[in-house]
Write a protein that binds this ligand. Structure first.
Ligand code: ATP
Ligand code: MG
Length: 413
C-alpha cells in the first residue's frame, strides 16, 4: 500500500482526557480515534490489527471444533428474566424501551440468547457435544472507562459456549479451551498466565482468568514460579507467603490485565432455562455447559502496553498491520526507482508492505515510522549506492542489503 493513497494521519497530541498509555499511543499513531470515554473508532491501520487478532482467535477456535455464529446485540428483557439477570445486571447492561414500550437491552454477554437457540434444537444426548462462538461487540455501562482499549463501554469479545451430555465431557472440553487460550496468547506475542478466580454465580469451582502481568493492569495477582496463581479477590495468601502448591516462600503480587476468562457453568443455567436432553435411558437431564470469554480489543490495548518504547509502538509480527515499512528518503529519480523496485519485489512475494512514498522530510518520516511501529523498516536514500538499509523495529542493528536479498531477509523471522 502506498502511503500517498492510504488514510493514515498521525496526530501530535492525544485528547487531553485520555490518560491510558495504550490509547494515547494508538491515537497518536493513527490507529484509533476516541469518540467518547470507552468508545473508539478503528481507523484503517487499527482495524487491520484488530482483524489479525480476531483471525488468530478464529483459527484456534476452529481447531477445537467450535463453530462460528453471530447473535444480535439487541435483546428482549423476557429472555433475561428467565435467569433473573435483567434485574441483576441492570447497572452494567444498557437497557431501554423500544417502540410500543417493549423492554430491550444491549448484549453485555450472550448466555441467555444462546441457550434459547439451543433449547429449541438440542433434543437428545446424541446431539451433543456442541460448541459455538461469536466475535462481536459487547456493551457494558462500565463505571470506570478510563483505560483506553482495556475497558470499553463498547468492546470486542469472543464468546464461546459449549454443551455436553456429561460432566466429564464438559471438564475435558474446559481443559482443551484452556490450552487453546494459551496458544492464542502465545501466538499474539503475549505471556498470559492462567489464574484461579471466582467461579461466578453459577459454579462453586474456580474459573480461570488469563492474566498478562503489567503495571497498568487493574487486577492484583498472587503467583509463584511453580505455576500456581490466584486473583487477589479470592486468594487467602499475601506477598511473601508460602505457596499453597509447592511450599516455597515466594508468593509474588503483581498487577495484571484479564484478557480471557473461562467458566464451568455446570447444569445451573440449563436448569433455569430448561435446556434439557434425553439421556441413554430416555430420561430428560439438563445439559452441562461451559462459557469462555476473550477480549480482542482489550488484547490490542494490552499488546501496546507491553510492546512499546519511548519512540512508539513495537508490534509483534503476528498482529502488525503491515510487516514492513518502506521509506523513501529522497525524491531523486534514481533513488525513487530503487524504492519502487523494492516495493514491487515485496508485493510480488506477498509481503505486506506500507510504502512511504510521500514527499515529507526524512526526519518526519523516520519519527513517524517508529511511532507506527511496523516490525521491519527499510530505508531507501541517496547514500547507500543502490543498497537498502534494513532494520527491525525491536533492534538497533542496521544491515545494508541488496533488493534481491530483501525477501529472504524478511522471511528469516
Ligand atoms: P473485568 O473484570 O475486567 O471487568 P469481566 O470479568 O467482567 O472483566 P468477562 O465477562 O469475563 O469480563 O469478559 C470476558 C472477556 O472480555 C474479558 O476477559 C476481557 O478480555 C473482555 N472484556 C470484558 N470487559 C471488557 C471491557 N469493558 N472492555 C474490553 N474488554 C473487556
Ligand atoms: Mg472475567
Amino acid at each position: 500500500m502506498r502511503q500517498t493513497k492510504f488514510f493514515l494521519k498521525t496526530v501530535k497530541e492525544s485528547p487531553a482526557d485520555e490518560t491510558a498509555l495504550n490509547a494515547r499511543l494508538l491515537i497518536r499513531a493513527g490507529y484509533i480515534d476516541k469518540l467518547m470515554a470507552g468508545a473508539y473508532s478503528y481507523l484503517p491501520l487499527g482495524l487491520k490489527v484488530l482483524e489479525k487478532i480476531k483471525n488468530v482467535v478464529r483459527e484456534e477456535m476452529n481447531r477445537i471444533d467450535a463453530q462460528e455464529i453471530l447473535m444480535p446485540a439487541l435483546q428482549p428483557k423476557s429472555l433475561w428474566d428467565e435467569t433473573g439477570r435483567w434485574e441483576e445486571m441492570k447497572d452494567i447492561m444498557f437497557q431501554f424501551k423500544g417502540r410500543g414500550g417493549s423492554d430491550l437491552g444491549q448484549g453485555a454477554t450472550h448466555e441467555e440468547p444462546i441457550f434459547d437457540i439451543m433449547r429449541r434444537r438440542l433434543k437428545s444426548y446424541k446431539d451433543l457435544p456442541v460448541a459455538v462462538y461469536q466475535i462481536q461487540d459487547k456493551f457494558r455501562n462500565e463505571p470506570r472507562a478510563k483505560s483506553g482499549l482495556l475497558r470499553g463501554r463498547e468492546f470486542s469479545m469472543k464468546d464461546l459456549y459449549s454443551f455436553h451430555a456429561t460432566r466429564d465431557d464438559m471438564l475435558a472440553y474446559y481443559d482443551r479451551v484452556k490450552l487453546s487460550y494459551l496458544t492464542i496468547f502465545e501466538r499474539l506475542g503475549l505471556n498470559a498466565i492462567a489464574v484461579e478466580a471466582s467461579g461466578g454465580a453459577f459454579s462453586e469451582d474456580y474459573s480461570h482468568e488469563f492474566q498478562v502481568l503489567t503495571p497498568n493492569g487493574e487486577d492484583i495477582i498472587f503467583h509463584c514460579d511453580c505455576g500456581w496463581a490466584q486473583n487477589k479477590e479470592i486468594a487467602k495468601v499475601k506477598e511473601g507467603d508460602k505457596c499453597p502448591s509447592c511450599g516455597a516462600e515466594k508468593i509474588r503480587a503483581d498487577k495484571g490485565v484479564e484478557v480471557g476468562n473461562i467458566f464451568k457453568l455446570e447444569q445451573k443455567y440449563s436448569a433455569a432455562m430448561k435446556l434439557s436432553v434425553t439421556d441413554q435411558n430416555g430420561k430428560l437431564t439438563p445439559v452441562y455447559m461451559g462459557c469462555y470469554g476473550l477480549g480482542p480489543s482489550r488484547l490490542m490495548g494490552t499488546l501496546v502496553e507491553i510492546h512499546h518504547d519511548d519512540s512508539g509502538i513495537v508490534w509483534p509480527d503476528s498482529v502488525a498491520p503491515f510487516k514492513a515499512h518502506l521509506l523513501l528518503l529522497s525524491q531523486s529519480t534514481v533513488t525513487k526507482e530503487i524504492a519502487d523496485n523494492a516495493y514491487a519485489e515485496l508485493q510480488k512475494s506477498g509481503v505486506e508492505v506500507l510504502y512511504d512514498d510521500r514527499p515529507e522530510s526524512p526526519g518526519a518520516k523516520l519519527t513517524e515510522a517508529d511511532l507506527v511501529g511496523l516490525p521491519v523498516r527499510i530505508i531507501v536514500s541517496d547514500k547507500n549506492n543502490g543498497l537498502l538499509e534494513y532494520k527491525r523495529r525491536s533492534s538497533a542493528e542496521i544491515k545494508k542489503i541488496a533488493i534481491k536479498d530483501l525477501v529472504s531477509e524478511i522471511n528469516k523471522i
